[in-house]
Ligand binder design. Structure first.
Ligand SMILES: CC(C)(COP(=O)(O)OP(=O)(O)OC[C@H]1O[C@@H](n2cnc3c(N)ncnc32)[C@H](O)[C@@H]1OP(=O)(O)O)[C@@H](O)C(=O)NCCC(=O)NCCS
Length: 183
């Protein structure tokens, strides 16, 4: 079952942050890569700001009453990057500035929206990712976004195979990432 994120539900927020860590190393569990067991460098870049700044574009996948995945999106990446830079968090101002700079890719005006999709291993390979992508794309489109992009870690072979199957095409790749776009 897919549904919108409930901002008042702290447990739901925590579930999203946990999934961010459990899928945060090129699609695999990032727990062992955390410095001092601190999840914030991951979650404060890739999950929490989307829940706080763009909750309308947060979709959750639920199974047996448990959150097993999510799609997060931002319709206007330039605006999101500015808000990210100014959002108080455990990241330092310089870390926020650097991350915000990285969000504004050269193609951002043609593909202004961006998204993330992550599912726990048990929920993968059953069409949930496709449904999450379609759900968040519909919301981004309804908000007026003319194009969508996302960047995939080149080591993430599952995601590299997935996005072309759900309407995205590869635009360019380098050692930092593979850029996919959808008009
Ligand atoms: C990548 C991910 C979002 C895909 O979601 P999913 O629910 O597993 O994928 P679906 O079942 O909806 O598959 C949709 C299509 O992509 C293909 N696909 C999905 N994962 C694939 C994989 N690992 N290898 C090959 N093809 C794959 C499916 O075969 C299917 O193709 P078809 O419908 O044309 O036959 C999910 O596996 C995931 O969350 N992985 C871990 C986190 C991650 O890597 N997130 C992306 C970060 S950029």
């Amino acid at each position: 079952m897919l549904r919108g994120f409930d901002e008042r539900n702290a447990a739901e927020r925590e579930a999203v942050l946990q999934i961010c860590v459990l899928t945060g190393d090129a699609g695999a569990d990032a727990t062992r890569t955390l410095v001092g067991d601190d999840p914030d460098p991951l979650t404060e870049r890739w999950a929490a700001p989307y829940l706080d700044l763009e909750p309308r574009f947060a979709l959750l996948a639920q199974a047996a009453g448990r959150v097993v995945g999510y799609a997060l999106g931002a319709p206007d990446t330039r605006r999101f990057a500015e808000q990210f830079r100014d959002r108080p968090t455990t990241l330092t101002p310089e870390e926020r500035r650097q991350h915000a700079l990285g969000l504004v890719i050269p193609e951002v005006d043609e593909y202004p929206a961006h998204l993330h999709v992550d599912l726990l291993p048990e929920a993968q390979g059953r069409g949930v990712g496709r449904r999450l992508v379609e759900g968040v794309v519909a919301r981004l489109k309804a908000a007026g976004a003319s194009g969508i992009h996302l960047v995939v870690d080149p080591r993430n072979t599952g995601a590299l195979a997935f996005y072309p199957r759900v309407g995205f095409r590869e635009l360019r790749r380098d050692e930092q990432g593979v850029l996919f776009v959808r008009a």
